[in-house]
Design a protein around this ligand. Structure first.
Ligand SMILES: Cc1cc2nc3c(=O)[nH]c(=O)nc-3n(C[C@H](O)[C@H](O)[C@H](O)COP(=O)(O)OP(=O)(O)OC[C@H]3O[C@@H](n4cnc5c(N)ncnc54)[C@H](O)[C@@H]3O)c2cc1C
Length: 465
């Protein structure tokens, strides 16, 4: 089946002003914004109910200058946030999009909170790498499942139609590049054609498409994919067939701390609170504090593609705010011992190398020193028994490359003009992380899904009118 077809002689089963493909955070924020602006959006979703990678995430959204930050005395502003994004992305991110998301994130959080009742607060007991202020906003359970469920409830309360078990397959295109509608395959195999005046692609990236991963991100070709399997790269395939600009297809969000074999995310708070990793030889291998995304490939390069994350009871108390961490404890993924030799024994790592590495790292903490990889350690990060270890591997979370958009989320053609009525947001569009895994600043995923989703919904209303 061709991803794109001309519209000649095509009859439509229905016509809507705004059609949104995908009911993750991007699609639902687009729908809420479009409805608020007075339009009737229709969301189609391949799954039986909205979930996406959004439901698998920790649901944390970075935002600067919010009232939640002010209430906790955290000084921050969008310019500072934008500078942090570009520093991590090595200035490779599109400046206009960075400005749009950095400025839009605070209003987005307050909009979701005030208008739709999402009870956000700001995490203020640890910070993520690369953020110069505490700006991660999360819901009480710190889960993406809570985020997607609350967004879906908000959509239902706003009378937004979400059609489940509808996979968009083919875009129907006018000769001038205008998208006339979409051919959809229903769960029962029947086909229908839905016409639209504006189309928003919110169907995330290509993490669930092994062929595209092999082609664009070979270093992750054999890695565990931890995102939603239904994200099969449709936006990229449609864009390619339409002659749209695609960028940074080798960029991705990885994570260097997924408990194995349990497959449970271990929050990076463990590292930021003074935890560190060793390989199965009991040795450290890099500066873990640069970020969890680039750490995925580092861990996969170690013997057997695994590492051990090490921490103590103080760190575990901070990590316990995450339901995933509590799950990891309940499932026995976390090993606890009263002494370092006992921990080495439980981990089956060489005692001498491990105890030497542990002692050297703890000594650096005492004197606020810098390790051989350039990581700065601090006295307040020193460990006290009981000690913990969890065996982890590196995983691919989601892709960061995609359709190039302008600051109104309109998809760009190869000649830098824009398609008249085609929008993209979230993982369907190129992210703000530059060209590599290392450019991913924590929260870039939901940042571009929610803020650009909202913006795409607002802009689509203008075009649909
Ligand atoms: C384990 C994990 C933890 C994460 N934690 C965080 C975090 O704390 N903070 C953060 O910012 N980011 C995080 N991320 C990244 C974040 O989850 C994603 O960036 C974000 O959810 C993307 O939202 P989206 O709406 O673009 O895509 P999704 O939420 O994946 O939604 C896309 C939807 O489109 C549907 N779809 C796809 N193709 C079609 C089609 N052809 N027709 C119809 N429907 C289709 C899919 O079924 C899916 O429901 C995490 C990711 C993972 C995997």
């Amino acid at each position: 089946m061709s991803p794109v077809k001309p519209t000649a002689d095509v009859a439509f089963d229905a016509d809507v002003p705004i059609l949104i493909v995908g009911a993750g955070a991007a699609g639902l924020c687009a729908a809420l914004a479009a409805k608020e602006a007075g339009a009737e959006p229709l969301v189609i979703e391949r799954d039986a109910q909205p979930a996406g990678s959004t439901s698998l995430s920790a649901g944390l959204i970075p935002a600067a200058g919010t009232r939640f930050q002010r209430a906790r005395g955290i000084a921050d502003d969008p310019q500072r946030f934008a500078a942090d994004i570009q520093r991590k992305a090595k200035n490779e991110a599109d400046a206009a999009i960075v400005t749009a998301v950095a400025q839009g994130a605070g209003p987005l959080i307050e909009w979701l909170s005030d208008r739709f009742g999402l009870p956000f607060d700001v995490i203020d007991n640890f910070n993520y790498p690369g953020h110069s202020a505490m700006r991660m906003h999360g819901l009480p359970t710190r889960t993406g499942l809570e985020l997607i469920n609350r967004l879906r409830s908000a959509a239902e309360a706003s009378d937004i139609s979400i059609l489940p078990q509808r996979a968009a397959e083919t875009l129907l295109v006018e000769p001038d590049g205008r998208i006339r509608g979409v051919e959809v395959v229903r769960g029962d195999g029947a086909r229908e054609r839905i016409g639209c005046r504006a189309l928003v692609l919110a169907c995330n990236g290509y993490g669930g498409n092994p062929d595209l991963i092999r082609r664009y991100i070979p270093e992750m070709a054999n890695a565990l994919y931890f995102g939603h399997p239904g994200n099969r790269g449709d936006a990229v395939l449609w864009g390619d067939a339409l002659g749209a600009q695609l960028a940074h297809l080798g960029a991705y969000q990885g994570h260097g701390s997924v408990a194995t074999p349990h497959n449970i995310l271990i929050t990076w708070a463990v590292i930021m609170q003074g935890g560190f990793q060793v390989n199965s030889e009991g040795r450290r291998f890099c500066d873990e504090s640069r970020g969890y995304s680039e750490q995925a490939a580092e861990v996969l390069r170690q013997p057997n593609g695994i590492a051990w994350s090490l921490f103590d009871a103080r760190v575990a108390a901070v990590a316990r705010q995450f339901e995933d961490f509590r799950d990891a404890e309940r499932s026995g993924a976390i090993v606890t011992r009263e002494s370092v030799p006992a921990l080495a024994d439980a981990m089956h790592v060489p005692l001498e190398a491990f105890t030497a590495e542990w002692a050297a790292t703890e000594a650096l903490k005492t004197r606020a020193g810098q390790d051989r990889y350039g990581r700065r350690l601090a006295p307040e990060q020193q460990f006290a028994p009981p000690f913990h270890a969890v065996k982890v591997t590196g995983a691919l979370f989601h892709t960061q490359g995609g359709l190039v958009i302008d600051a109104a989320c309109r998809v760009k053609c190869k000649d830098d003009t824009v398609f008249p009525n085609l929008f993209a947001a979230g993982g369907a569009a190129v992210g703000v992380s530059g060209s590599t895994a290392a450019g991913y600043l924590s929260g870039n995923g939901l940042l571009t899904a929610t803020v650009l989703g909202r913006l795409a919904g607002q802009e689509a209303v203008q075009v649909a009118r």
